[in-house]
Write a protein that binds this ligand. Sequence first.
Ligand SMILES: *Cc1c(COP(=O)(O)O)cnc(C)c1O
Length: 376
Amino acid sequence: MSCEEQHSMEWQKISQRTYYRGRVALYAILQALGVGRNDEVACQAFTCVAVPEAILACGAKPVFIDIEPDGLNLDPIELKQKISSRTRAIVVQHTFGIPASMTRIMAITEQAGLPVIEDCCHTFLSTLENQYVGSFGAASFYSFEWGKPLALGIGGSAIANDPELARRLTDSFDELRYPGRLSQVKLELQGLAHRILYRPELYWKLKTLFHGLSKFGVAEGNYNPVGGDSPTAGDFSMKMAPRLERCLKNELQQIAKQADHSRRLVSQLEALIPQDSCVRPRSPSRVESVYSRYPMRVKEKGRLLVKAREENLELAEWYSTPIHPLSRDQSGCVFYEPDSCPNAEERSQEIVSLPLHSRVGRSYVEKISEFLRKAA
Ligand SMILES: *Cc1c(COP(=O)(O)O)cnc(C)c1O
């Protein structure tokens, strides 16, 4: 059995503890680590609001660390400076599947005696120094929202590498409840609609439809405004619906194949993309990134997105702000201070990402490369 096959078997563990969403899995891990009031949890800026939302739900305060000057992941130097006597855990994100600088991060956190939680929401089978991401820290969590490598619409999972933590997670997992009947039906219909309708050419139209439907409560949206009029507290006590869990088990069988597909598309893309207009974020050394989406730095991101929408080409904007999708004025509600993470602010203005999933093929790669060349 190859190393990859072995790991994809190891990956089946992902279906062991499945939660309503990725943020619910993170919340469960934080709770199992005993994080609570007056504690701080460090995480990177250039992330999604789901992360601080889970931290806040524990009563703790998120402390945002800037990303590396050339990359999209946590800057170890900043991390070292921002660890305080109140820090209780560090969330480390592997953005778009690019492994974070784990060797340096682990050295810092081990010295400080702090647990690392790996945010594997964007990863498949990426490795760093021949070790798979998700296996460095005390625990890791995954999300199965649209746009993630394993897309079910909604859902999450938590894996503990530390046996004592695993036991505590299993105990709390047994207390969780399933979503209500109506919610389960909605989620299934959403999944079904996505499987039937979704193609990269329909990305923008479906996105608009989805946001419209979730505003009226017909679909389950991804962002509930923090502190808004739709409190999310109830969400944190839910696990994944049984039918979705079955879907997840099926999808997991395909994961090694999907990773190969992603690698193939990336090598095609890298040969076609205009080098001068798109600066690819530099990866740390000795890594193999299996991208969930392919990030590119572009000039005039706003203009490019408008054009992509006109031409019905899937080009995702996230993250459009350091704590996506919160605006500058809204970010105070998760304790992000505007301009405190300049690299994340800058990257939010210039990163777009291309899809790499099974419905994207060679012809789509050619179409999007042509579009980027013309737009440059
Ligand atoms: C999607 C995502 C999450 C979790 O999202 P959920 O909607 O709660 O499943 C967490 N972190 C990152 C980096 C993500 O992209």
